[in-house]
Design a binder for this molecule. Structure first.
Ligand code: PAZ
Length: 318
């Protein structure tokens, strides 16, 4: 089955209720950083859902936790980029990702003295918390990060297009780092029942349709001069590099980062039109808690600098 066009998708699926607020935030953020000549990266992170009911009780989801996007955001900030962190609601976020579950509460002490109860950070946790807190405060004080969130695949696409429209003015200074796990399948709005699917009606037959490939309009129309990096996840190693290459050839963007489901946090393959480069963390690095995203982002920052030099040369020649 073929997918409908991207134009059709936007015509059928209405923007989410908070869309205009998010669009204003994106516009203000991009205009401010454009004014100061900053580079901006759009990081997408986490998985999209596909609702099975309009009043959604059930939905199709995927595995993505948002580790890649939230960690990468911290490294882009370190490299001086302003970051639009576009993430699945309740997935991992930069800085707070270090303190999931009970970790934060375990770092605190409480002394109950009637109305003068005090809460302090345990002495042996200060060294862990302080550097992260300092980076968090610095990023926010500088207005260097904007959080916008999505849940469904349709909300994701509305936000993605709005972010691209705002980034277009930055030309080659914009980077798109599309790490979110976006569903390839969805149920079109007209086929979604209003209310909770009832079991009395027997087993439901749900037909998923193909989501239109948004990378095509994104690269060709929305941000034609930006540095666009997409991600490709596979579970069959034999498909990884061929599919990454095929995507590059089809969409003509700059880089595909390939990864396998089981090894994604310690091995990636970065594929560009001219080269294939593997990054693998050693066992010791994994043990020491090294983020593979620090190396991925470093490579992209280098490649983006090259892209900017090329764009500068092009502008001078033009
Ligand atoms: O979010 P996470 O860290 O658990 O996983 C990251 C990832 C595997 C979703 C990402 O690296 C990726 O490959 N995203 C694109 C997935 C795809 O649509 O092929």
């Amino acid at each position: 089955m073929t997918s409908g066009s991207w134009e059709e998708f936007f015509a059928i699926h209405l923007p989410p209720p908070d869309f205009e607020d998010n669009r204003s935030l994106l516009k203000e953020f991009c205009e401010r950083h454009e004014h100061y000549g900053n580079k901006i990266v759009l990081v997408t992170s986490g998985g999209t859902t596909v609702p099975l009911e309009h009043n959604t009780v059930r939905f199709v989801d995927n595995f993505s936790a948002g580790t890649r996007g939230s960690a990468s955001t911290e490294y882009f900030l370190e490299h001086g980029y302003a970051v639009i962190f576009m993430h699945r609601q309740k997935s991992l976020e930069p800085f707070t990702r270090h303190f999931t579950g009970q970790k934060l509460l375990d770092m605190l002490d409480i002394q109950e003295r009637g109305p003068n109860t005090t809460i302090t950070v345990k002495p042996d946790s200060v060294d862990v918390l302080a550097p992260i807190l300092l980076r968090y405060k610095a990023a926010h004080a500088a207005g260097a990060i904007l959080h916008v969130s999505f849940t469904t695949v349709s909300e994701y696409f509305w936000l993605l297009r709005a972010a691209c429209e705002c980034l277009a003015n930055l030309g080659p200074r914009a980077v798109l780092y599309l790490a979110a796990a976006v569903s390839d399948f969805y149920v079109p709005k007209d086929c979604v029942p209003t209310h909770k699917i009832q079991s009395e009606s027997g087993p439901p037959i749900i037909q998923l349709h193909l989501v239109p490939k948004m990378l095509a309009p994104l690269v060709n129309l929305w941000v034609p001069t930006a540095y666009v990096v997409s991600f490709k996840l596979e579970t069959d190693e034999n498909l990884l590099v061929p599919k990454a290459r095929a995507a590059l050839e089809k969409y003509k963007h700059k880089m595909v980062v390939g990864n396998m489901l089981q090894t994604r946090h310690h091995r990636v393959i970065m594929v560009t039109p001219d080269a294939t480069q593997e990054i693998i963390l050693t066992r010791e690095e994994v043990h020491a808690g090294v983020d593979i995203e620090s190396s991925i982002v470093l490579e992209i920052v280098r490649a983006h600098a090259e892209h900017l030099r090329g764009a500068g040369a092009g502008a001078a020649a033009g």
